[in-house]
Design a protein around this ligand. Structure first.
Ligand SMILES: [Zn+2]
Length: 358
């Protein structure tokens, strides 16, 4: 037998936060009736989902019909979300992160893009063709999870599709930053990843880095290349392109870009000293991994099913600053030695055929 519907009327409220949802859950509510211009914070929405509580919003005809006490529909609810205090604060954070990326030389020209999932189906993102240094809050666009623009005067970035794939694949991802930091991108053009167990901060905040295969930027195919990696990696190298990071906030996603690029740069500097790298022991590395688990950060090495193939360190090349991606990091995209063999064979065949036909 189904639970009886029970509504809590919060239609007089301008904002619904976690505490309101906790109260509603304690009261056994199945619906929260909210005014169309009411802002529901992302964490409150998450909590509603966990407790099976639905929003009886005025913009939804069905919900309004089921909940006659809901207030009358107001115009352009998405526009209200775009102008809400929460959205204004996030737009400012996106602009400040954009300037940080530019000042660290992580974005060139109009390169790089930043987004934040502000609602279950709504994402704030940077516009196309703008330097990340010059952004102002009015430049930020609001789009839905299919990439349709809802609000904002500037057209959204074409690379938004990759951000949307990450939001769809990883419920914990609230913010995505894509950029072209020179040291990390140097790895992305070699098909190699940095080794692990060299610097603690990198282990905790980033850890194993995956590398996704090359595709033309801005396309749906490019956007989909990251899907096999993003559940277990908050930071992915994009072959011959740059990097992408996701986190709970825009600021944290930018931190991961900084941590990765500094790590890659430090390894390159160490290589010039001509002395072998010294590594953190596996035992001390396990302590770092435990710390990471407590912080709720993803890492392929935390997956027990993959623990065997994902060693903490990269033992096969103990002092290299650039190593082959581990099998656990590979979806279909990373070129395997079998792929290379077959590629070499087909090129050789084509050359022999061309020579033979002359
Ligand atoms: Zn790019």
């Amino acid at each position: 037998m189904k639970n009886e519907a029970k509504s809590i009327d919060l239609s007089s409220r301008k904002l619904i936060a976690v505490r309101d949802v906790q109260d509603a859950a304690r009261a056994g509510a199945t619906h929260i009736v909210a005014a169309a211009n009411c802002v529901v914070t992302p964490s409150a929405r998450d909590l509603m989902q966990q407790n099976g509580i639905e929003l009886a919003a005025c913009k939804c005809t069905a919900a309004a019909a089921a909940q006659p006490s809901a207030a009358a529909p107001a115009q352009a609810p998405d526009r209200r979300l775009y102008n809400s205090p929460e959205a204004e604060a996030i737009k400012k954070e996106i602009c400040s992160v954009g300037r940080k990326l530019w000042m660290r030389q992580f974005v060139d020209g109009n390169g790089g893009n930043i987004s934040f999932r502000i609602g279950p189906n709504e994402v704030l993102c940077t516009p196309t063709l703008m330097s990340k240094y010059d952004l102002t809050p009015e430049d930020i666009s609001l789009v839905d999870l299919e990439g349709n623009q809802i609000a904002g005067s500037r057209p959204r970035t074409s690379e938004l599709l990759m951000h949307l794939e990450i939001y769809k694949a990883v419920p914990e991802a609230k913010a995505v930053v894509h950029c072209h930091p020179p040291h990390a991108t140097a790895y992305a053009i070699t098909g190699r990843v940095p080794p692990n167990l060299v610097i603690p901060e990198f282990e905790v905040f980033v850890g194993k880095v995956a590398i996704s295969p090359y595709e033309t930027p801005g396309t749906k195919t490019f956007a989909e290349t990251v899907i096999p990696y993003v559940k277990q990696h908050n930071t992915v190298l994009l072959s011959n392109h740059g990097i992408v990071c996701w986190a709970d906030t825009v600021t944290h996603a930018e931190w991961y870009a900084e941590v990765l690029d500094t790590y890659c740069w430090t390894l390159m500097n160490a290589a010039q000293l001509g002395a072998p790298l010294s590594f953190i022991s596996e035992q001390k590395g396990a302590d770092l991994l435990n710390l990471k688990k407590k912080l709720g950060l993803p890492d392929a090495r935390l997956d027990p099913a993959r623990m065997k193939e994902c060693q903490l360190s990269d033992l096969e090349m103990p002092s290299a600053i650039a190593v082959e991606p581990a099998p656990c990091e590979g979806g279909s995209g990373v070129t395997s030695s079998a792929d290379v063999d077959s590629l070499v064979r087909s090129v050789t065949d084509a050359v022999m055929e061309a020579i033979g036909s002359k």
